[in-house]
Design a protein around this ligand. Sequence first.
Ligand SMILES: [Zn+2]
Length: 228
Amino acid sequence: MSEPLSSALRYKPYPSTVEPLSIVTVSPTAAERLAGSIRIPTISYDDSTSPKAFSALHAYLEAAFPRVHSQLRREKVGLHSLLYFWQGSDSALKPILLMAHLDVVPVEPDTETKWQEKPFGGRIADGFIWGRGAIDNKLSVLGTLEAVEMLLREGFRPARGVYLAYGHDEEVGGRRGAREIAALLKRRGVELEMVLDEGGVIGDGLLRGISTPSALVGSPRTALPALS
Ligand SMILES: [Zn+2]
């Protein structure tokens, strides 16, 4: 039996039952914060990054999420990647890690005029947030930061520690970002209860054979390279 198939058969969902969550009211300004991050062109190229753009994005996040930046520990790893840690109240519990990435792929030369909206315009129109990175993957960066900022505002403190890990070169392999973060956590002896990566969007008809809206939950066990 092939290794992926045998591990799929042995896999037990954890936890086995989950109570549905109540709908959370998201701040009406959250969409504008995401749109603003799209206007910062943090493009990954095979041979280089754009240091100015990443510094600008770091500063933008600091201004947009003041509670996160005053109450969580933040480290820069591999120059432009970010690792946050939210201390839990119970140190006996292993922390979790939520991953996303700050970089986007370049716009193909000579295709600029074919975009319905400018790739780095970050415009909100017709009920959509438009631009490179809106889905892949600034949505996950801004989404997790919005959630933590909101919970801090409510005075919430998690029992389990929470890491937020945002790589800056995922689109070109993650060698300087995610790999450095993993090495750093390993050196420190950090053991994680769970890792959640970017996964996919909730789509209708995206997965063959499934007729209801569905999404891929991304973890190291389930992530498909084609979707990263
Ligand atoms: Zn991605």
